[in-house]
Design a protein around this ligand. Structure first.
Ligand SMILES: [Zn+2]
Length: 504
């Protein structure tokens, strides 16, 4: 009887696990993600184009003035976005911002755009062959930011239909993008009709248009009485970014170059020339903390890779141990080159911000050990921003936790410490996967994990991610370039006259 019950299981569910891919296998990213959202309000990882803020503003204005319903507004929005994609397509090699992608949906419509005219019915349909499957086009990824900036509000009970928000200024938006409305009418979009407006309408040209100027002021403006804390934070971040880029034009991606500057440049430290910026300590603490987060991700990715062909857990932990140099934890920790603040970040063992595909566990361990040191050595606002809320300090893999972990093991051989740490990480990843598991429609449990454990053996289902949590600095730079605050070419990022004026 018992055996039968075991075999049948619960009547409503299939038995077994369904392994799926998860995103944050060690769950060490949350604090950084939260801080980034706080410090860069109004720009997210899915909003690269400043021009869409203005285009959606134009559509909301038009829909209100013509009293359009949901379906008509959707149709108008989708047609306008197709026009923008066509302009961006025609801009071709002149598409003027280094690295800025083409307009949304341009890739999907590229085939249609080679003809002399495009039928709107085909291009806008929210199905296969259309420029996107979403009924609201590319409004969804932008609308949280657009509402936060006061550009749009939602019409109550309208399933997301946008309406003009309190900070939408209709005339510059119309002036900059008006031709879109004319081109969006009729049955087809003739490419020859778009041609004369390419320079005005392309997603990279907003900085030279009145709608760009309006958006630039909105992004850089503090609230008049200081009561809008979100606007103040945004302004302070933009001011700091423009200041850093103004003094140090860089050919490298902003995320990389500015991220490193914010973390390690002596001008960012207490008493440094940029310490007076209201959000300087927040950014420094955050950028420093991200090194630890990235190092945990990379170390875990390396460990998962070690089980690619199936390995006994003991041997798996041994491989980590063997990858470490001789000596004790204390000797290793004390000998770190203190990239500390002001020294060359990428000298010695701790290669900060290393993002290459080859992962060396010793380097990642060194970054973590340095992170543990920072947890104890940083002071003031930077320490607060680095360590986060006090109730998180004791949590596993927090820099303070790791500092205590290493302190307890100072006299232990480094290899032994690595062997122990491998088990800590293995157990943590299993707990994280279980906590994130959800039932699949057939009743089986969906377990997000790349690493599979059977008895004492480990197997992988594929490589684990190594990417950094992004600080949204590239996205912010592109949005600022798209509205004329910054400019960029293959040589470097620079601040424009307008940018200097608005961020003074
Ligand atoms: Zn362009």
């Amino acid at each position: 009887m018992q055996e039968q019950a075991h075999r049948v299981g619960a009547a409503w569910s299939a038995s077994g696990l369904r392994l799926i891919d998860g995103k944050y296998p060690l769950a060490v990213e949350r604090y950084v993600l939260r801080q980034v959202a706080r410090l860069v309000p109004g720009v997210t990882t899915v909003t690269p184009h400043a021009r869409y803020y203005a285009l959606h503003a134009l559509v909301a204005t038009e829909a209100e003035e013509r009293a359009l319903g949901n379906t008509e507004t959707q149709e108008l929005l989708r047609r306008c976005e197709v026009v923008l994609a066509a302009a961006s397509h025609l801009h071709g090699e002149d598409h003027g911002l280094y690295g800025l992608p083409q307009a949304h949906g341009e890739g999907r419509l590229r085939g249609l755009f080679t003809a002399s005219a495009v039928e709107f019915a085909a291009a806008v349909r929210p199905a296969e062959g259309g420029y996107t499957r979403s009924k609201w086009g590319f409004l969804p990824p932008y609308q949280t930011s657009e509402r936060e900036l006061g550009i749009l509000t939602a019409v109550r009970g309208s399933a997301g239909r946008p309406a003009p928000g309190p900070r939408l200024d209709r005339s510059p938006v119309r002036e900059g993008l008006e031709p879109v409305l004319g081109l969006a009418r009729g049955e087809e979009l003739r490419m020859a009709d778009v041609e004369p407006y390419v320079e005005q309408l392309c997603v990279c040209r907003g900085g030279a248009q009145p709608d760009g100027r309006w958006l630039a002021e909105l992004l850089c403006r503090a609230s008049e009485d200081g009561s809008d804390e979100v606007a103040s934070r945004r302004r302070e971040t933009v001011r700091l970014l423009t200041r850093v880029l103004d003094g140090h034009p860089s050919e490298r991606p902003v995320e990389e170059a500015v991220g490193e500057f914010l973390a390690l440049d002596p001008r960012m430290s207490e008493g440094g020339e940029l310490a007076g910026y209201v959000c300087a300590a927040d950014w420094r603490g955050l950028a420093l903390r991200n090194y630890s987060v990235t190092a945990w991700r990379r170390l875990w990715s390396w460990l998962v890779g070690q089980a690619a062909e199936g390995v006994h857990q003991a041997e798996w932990a041994d491989r980590f141990a063997q990858a470490m140099p001789p000596g004790t934890v204390g000797e290793f920790w004390d000998a770190l080159p203190t990239p500390g603040i002001g020294a060359t970040p990428n000298s010695g063992t701790a290669r900060f911000g290393s993002t290459g595909s080859e992962i060396r566990p010793e380097e990642e361990f060194a970054v973590l050990a340095q992170g543990a040191r920072w947890a104890e050595e940083l002071t003031g606002d930077t320490a607060r921003a680095y360590n986060g809320p006090p109730n998180e300090h004791g949590q596993e893999l927090h820099p303070r936790w790791f500092a205590a972990y290493l302190t307890d093991r100072r006299s232990l051989p480094l290899a032994e410490c690595a062997r122990e740490l491998a088990v800590v990480l293995l157990r943590r990843s299993a707990r994280v996967a279980l906590a994130k598991s959800r039932p699949a429609p057939d009743g089986r449990l969906r377990l997000p994990t790349k690493l599979q454990q059977r008895d004492s053996f480990l197997f992988t289902r594929g490589p684990e991610g190594t990417s950094r949590v992004i600080l949204r600095l590239n996205r912010l730079a592109y949005v600022l370039a798209g509205c004329g605050v910054l400019t960029v070419d293959a040589q470097s990022w620079r601040v424009t006259e307008l940018g200097r004026e608005l961020c003074a």
